[in-house]
Design a protein around this ligand. Sequence first.
Ligand SMILES: Cc1cc2nc3c(=O)[nH]c(=O)nc-3n(C[C@H](O)[C@H](O)[C@H](O)COP(=O)(O)OP(=O)(O)OC[C@H]3O[C@@H](n4cnc5c(N)ncnc54)[C@H](O)[C@@H]3O)c2cc1C
Length: 343
Amino acid sequence: MTESNKAIDLYDVTIIGGGPAGMYAAFYSGMRNMKTKLIEAKDELGGYLHMYPEKTIWDVGGIPPIRCDKLIEWLSKQARTFDPTLLFGQKMIGFARQPDGTLLLETDTGERHHTRTVIIAIGRGVAQLQKLDIEGADRFEVTNLYYTLQDLNSFRGRRVLVSGGGNTAVDWARELADVADRVTVVHRRDEFTAMERHVEEMRRVVDVRTPYAVERLHGDGDAVRQVTIRHVETGAFERLDVDAVVVNHGYNRDYGSLREWGLTIGEWGLTVNNQAETNIPGIFAAGDCSTHSSKVRLIAGAFVDAVLALNSAKRYIDPSAAPMAYVSSHNDRFRELNKQLTR
Ligand SMILES: Cc1cc2nc3c(=O)[nH]c(=O)nc-3n(C[C@H](O)[C@H](O)[C@H](O)COP(=O)(O)OP(=O)(O)OC[C@H]3O[C@@H](n4cnc5c(N)ncnc54)[C@H](O)[C@@H]3O)c2cc1C
């Protein structure tokens, strides 16, 4: 990227990713009086929390059990406290250092963003569904091979094969059992990585085949009509008649172009020190995408990472700045807001 950055507004910090780490960073940067932009690849804030919106979260400090979709709502409200610029539907794909040390970021829409610092908070990257690794399977995606479950009613009276063994697959199987003619769950291990109570309930209402893996899809035109499954230990094959196949094999980490940017990436993500600094000056990382010796891969851990990253970004811009923000009860920025709340 060599184009001029003259016409583009300069921000103190640009946060990449709108999950818990990014949302909390957007809030905390307001406490540090920084001009803030957040860029999220999807069209809403929330990040990975959208993968389990109906679940109850118990382990966020100070918040009694709460449905995850409610937590998204509250986090997103808090993130907007100081009116950061929020941009959606743009995935950061690259950056270029400018002669004055600032950074010019590029997103996949071709837009550019000018910033003094960057906080990368991309979690597992833009989550990519792990698809069936079977040649030609993609041609059935237009008919009766599904990777998401949107309209339960469309499965009414059908024979459905569900492949997968995690929370989502188990939940889908239970829901499908209410409407489908028959549900068969195929999983490569005998154990399911889902809530025990849900697994028990699923076993009562569907036909469970373990340890089996989907081996082949047999089509009639563009629709799957039969599926060959293979016993993982004996290698024995079985062929099942189906009207629909639903797959949930989880999500792949997608760090896309991060490596090309020259960032150090270890087995568990972007390597940062205990100040959330990456190996590139002015670029910090927080949340599930980063790794350090005291890492806590939970929402609470993402908040702490966000605070560390923000404080480091502040001091990168102004080395004489205080190491952290004043606590909220002493912070000038809240004085007026407090008055509004008590009016
Ligand atoms: C099934 C399940 C249950 C869980 N339950 C709990 C729980 O009960 N309690 C708890 O504390 N934690 C729980 N967790 C963990 C928690 O969800 C994560 O620790 C948390 O979401 C991490 O937040 P994050 O902001 O780092 O990343 P994410 O939530 O993954 O957000 C990253 C965001 O960055 C965006 N993004 C990615 N790449 C780009 C890009 N290049 N440009 C722009 N945007 C980008 C993504 O679209 C996403 O919105 C659970 C996780 C799972 C999988």
